[in-house]
Design a protein. Structure first.
Length: 300
């Protein structure tokens, strides 16, 4: 533990170790991704996919090691029982900080298959990481506003095509499809702009997971509903790196996906679309109440 050091120094050490871990594993990842690209044969592709997943899981383990070295965080996690590393999961979570990703990876690495995140298209240009996400078949989506789609109707449905292709790849080996339903990190400004539909959350977007269900619905073991709470306040990424996160509370619920939600046409069936959106909104309403209860419990 290095928490006795000044916070700026702890943060600098964490950033160095994070960067070193990225460079080490990204180099190996790119090597096997190149081999997969030039040798596109069925049995070899499957073998390379497994190697790439092994690399990603070890990359996450490296992050966990520097987190243990630089942080003195109290972890309050419930709901890890009965998870299946060989299964398929649809995973949803609230989103408040870049640290959420490290929290999720720490508690779920090797407990469920590697989580594949839905990412904004712009993130493909992040140095090293963008190409790494691409090599691991993370789906990159363009999120267009309603105004943009009115001017460019030909772009409508492109995200669904991209997601469908990605999800079809996920059918080959056990995968966890991860989606931050809010589509962006929670901020007070965004919350105010949305007229505060929930107390601690932004409005959820149902389209991504609806399409994942339409393509892989028969494979998913269940939906993992994850709630992340920082009782001492939502941290910036630098606060997270510098050991400023004292407590993290995580609750994981396994929810059975209604059978009539599987293999449905979310885009074409407006009646189903309304029913599914209501189901997601009810899920978010329960999560909002859960966050309120967890914060109250932490302050008691």
């Amino acid at each position: 533990m290095l928490n006795f050091l000044p916070k700026w120094l702890v943060g600098a050490i964490a950033m160095f170790l994070l960067s070193l871990n990225i460079l080490f594993w990204v180099f190996i990842l790119f090597l096997f991704s190149f081999l997969k690209f030039i040798l596109p044969f069925g049995p070899l592709t499957e073998r390379f996919d497994k190697i790439l997943l092994w690399i990603a899981e070890n990359w996450i383990s490296g992050n966990v090691l520097w987190m243990k070295l630089t942080q003195k965080t109290v972890w309050d996690v419930q709901g890890l029982d009965n998870l299946n590393y060989r299964g398929w999961y649809l995973v949803v979570s609230n989103h408040q900080s870049w640290s959420d990703i490290f929290v999720l990876q720490k508690i779920l690495n090797r407990r469920i298959p590697l989580m594949k995140f839905f990412l904004k298209r712009e993130l493909i240009w992040v140095p090293f990481m963008g190409l790494a996400w691409w090599a691991l078949d993370f789906p990159f989506l363009r999120r267009h506003s309603a105004e943009y789609l009115k001017k460019h109707p030909e772009q409508k449905g492109k995200d669904f095509e991209t997601t469908k292709k990605a999800c079809e790849k996920f059918s080959r080996i056990p995968t966890s499809v991860m989606n931050f339903l809010e589509g962006t990190r929670f901020t007070a400004q965004k919350h105010e702009h949305q007229k505060r539909p929930y107390r601690y959350l932004l409005r959820p977007k149902a389209g991504g997971i609806a399409l994942a269900l339409s393509v892989l619905g028969d494979k998913f073991n269940s939906l993992l509903d994850i709630t992340i709470v920082y009782p001492d306040g939502i941290p910036t990424f630098w606060e997270f790196l510098s050991g400023g996160v004292r407590r993290v509370v995580v609750r994981i619920s396994s929810i059975e996906i209604p059978s009539h939600f599987l293999n449905m046409d979310y885009e074409g069936d407006k009646e189903f679309q309304a029913v599914f959106q209501q189901w997601v909104q009810d899920l978010w309403k329960d999560k909002d109440a859960q966050i309120d209860a967890l914060l109250a419990e932490a302050k008691a």
